[in-house]
Design a protein around this ligand. Structure first.
Ligand code: FES
Ligand code: MG
Length: 570
């Protein structure tokens, strides 16, 4: 088989001389004569603490690549740390994907191992791999170990939201809150709740892009390094078999990913990422598939934010393969994986070892899980709600809207004692979609008004065109499309309008006649809430980003350009 990299290294002319000479670095002569060149696209960074250990994982991948006859090549790529990167890591997901795609295509690379962890890193790597269509396999960096504070486990993200609300509600002291801080992040790895990072690692495995059984292995566990070593070997095999994403990622793969997303009670962010990955592959996937496939799937995993446990417990209880084994009949048996074998074949022998953490099919945590897709005059193109993380008594609700034009407007007024809001009110926040607040930040799970918290209110219906953290919970309608800044009707709602949510009927509406709604125009303060960046990536992003219901990718990045080698550089 002729390797792609031979277009750089083969021959005796001046150009091949140049390509080889600079890449010798001490490797043997035969490094350039038929040995697959395997990039290790690595998102390790001190500023992405969740991924900082990936250099060690990369070393194990390197060993595996060498052992199988390949040549490993470190390729540091854009790293997005969820907690540090402003205004939101999501603003840079498409940029990271574009940069990785282009560097893989531009270089003498035959295959790639993708190292990610923190929320946006696995999605951006998979989008890149899909668009360059080289043999690619993911090693998820794995979750951190359980945190523990005063005898109780601490789940990162989820317990920050919970504890900070307790402080605002007056049931936890500021000092106790501060002293829990050092117990939150106990080890290397990504968030240990079923947040976006855990979700995307598991969903990537269900999709077929991770060696089955590896996702969810805790970051400090030596079995992660073993898996990395074996994945390095596999990457070389994948080049030999020409096993590219375009050859094995199909609609069936996405079906299985959606089943897994529902069964683990995963993050709403996975919807936008899976839609974007499918868009790169040309797989026909839309919001309705998530509702249709996912809503009949029981939630089996009792993890925060929907439940009690953390990822270390999940791995100990049998991990994703145990979950998929329980719902095997719902999976598409034809979907293949990086191993060349169907996902379902990898489920033989999988078992649940702790039925409190991974429930049996007959005793699910929630009978019908998944993500509900709502439509109505507030969200003509769709909006999401995660019923398992919502309050049952609010799933059918009518209330008066309290409207905020930006997250700053919200923060300025939410704790005002004179704010007209009660437990039945519906909090509406707009200007937080992909264009309005470039990147679509995780602000949809708005904190509740202080005066209501003090009355013991712990959940309210909230509606927003932004996203929310996968570690968050509450009755939150999010990803409203089209967003206010793209002309969506969310821009026209006024404080005092009656908003109705009916999850069973899949509706989200404002009780305003169509002709009156059509006559309304957005207020100046609403328009002022939308971003208008002057230059740079943000300008490009706002001009080209698509709406949440299609994956919030840039219009010109949808699809694939393949791995064709461009013209010579000199
Ligand atoms: Fe990185 Fe949560 S902050 S995974
Ligand atoms: Mg997050």
């Amino acid at each position: 088989m002729k390797l792609r990299s031979a277009q750089w290294y083969a021959g005796q002319d001046r150009n091949a001389y140049i390509h080889r000479a600079w890449m010798r670095r001490g490797v043997p002569d035969d490094a350039f004569t038929g040995r697959p060149q395997i990039a290790i696209a690595n998102t390790a960074s001190d500023l992405t603490p969740c991924n900082a250990h990936l250099n060690e994982v990369a070393a194990s991948v390197r060993n595996g690549v060498y052992e199988a006859g390949g040549i490993p090549l470190d390729l540091p790529v854009v790293s997005l740390g969820e907690t540090n990167v402003r205004p939101t890591a999501m603003l840079w997901r498409n940029m990271a994907a574009m940069a990785t795609e282009e560097m893989l295509r531009a270089n003498p690379v035959d295959g790639v191992v993708l190292l990610g962890g923190c929320d946006k890193t696995i999605p951006s790597l998979l989008m890149a791999a899909a668009s360059v269509d080289l043999p690619a396999v993911v090693v998820p960096g794995g979750p951190m170990l359980n945190g523990s504070f005063r005898g109780k486990s601490l789940g990162c993200g989820t317990d920050v939201w919970r504890l900070s609300e307790e402080v605002r509600g007056g049931t936890l002291s500021q000092a106790d809150f501060t002293s829990s801080e050092s117990a939150m992040i106990r080890s290397r790895g990504h968030c240990n709740t079923m947040g976006t990072a855990s979700t995307m690692a598991l969903v990537a495995e269900a999709l077929g892009t991770v060696v089955p059984g590896v996702a969810g292995t805790p970051a400090p566990d030596s079995r992660l390094l073993q898996a990395a070593h074996e994945t390095g070997r596999l990457a070389v095999e994948m080049v030999g078999a020409d096993r590219r994403p375009g050859t094995f990622l199909t609609k069936a793969s996405f079906h299985n990913a959606i089943v897994a997303l529902a069964a683990v009670g995963g993050s709403t962010n996975a919807v936008v990422h899976l839609l974007a990955i499918a868009g790169r592959l040309g797989v026909d996937l839309c919001l309705d598939h998530f509702d249709r496939i996912g809503s009949r799937v029981p939630v089996l995993v009792d993890l925060q934010p929907a439940g009690r446990f953390l990822m270390e417990d999940f791995h100990r209880a049998g991990g994703l393969l145990a979950v998929l084994h329980e719902v095997r009949d719902l999976l598409d048996p034809d979907a293949l994986t990086v191993t060349g074998r169907p996902l379902v074949e990898h489920l033989d022998g999988a078992a649940v070892w702790d039925a409190d953490v991974i429930r049996p099919r007959e005793q699910p945590l929630v009978a019908e899980g998944g993500i509900a897709v709502l439509r109505g005059n507030l969200a003509p193109d769709g909006a999401l709600i995660k019923p398992a993380a919502a309050s049952p008594h609010l799933l059918e609700h009518r209330g008066r809207a309290a409207v905020f034009d930006s997250i700053e407007d919200f923060h300025a007024r939410i704790d005002d004692p004179d704010l007209e809001v009660d437990a039945d009110s519906v909090l509406v926040l707009r200007g937080c979609g992909p264009k309005g607040y470039p990147g679509m930040p995780e602000v949809s799970n708005m904190p509740l008004p202080k005066k209501l918290l003090e009355q013991g209110v712990r959940d309210m219906v909230r509606i927003c065109d932004g996203r929310m953290s996968g570690t968050a919970y509450g009755t939150v309608v999010l990803h409203v499309a089209p967003e206010a800044a793209a002309g969506g009707p969310l821009a026209l709602v006024r404080t005092g309008d009656i908003v109705s949510l009916d999850v069973k009927a899949r509706r989200i509406d404002v009780d305003v006649p169509a002709d009156e709604l059509a006559r309304r125009t957005p207020n100046k303060s609403t328009l002022d809430g939308f971003a208008n960046p002057k230059r740079g990536w943000e300008r490009l992003y706002v001009d080209h980003v698509q709406q949440a219901h299609t994956g919030a990718d840039l219009d010109f990045l949808v699809g694939s350009s393949g791995s064709g080698v461009s013209r010579e550089s000199h």
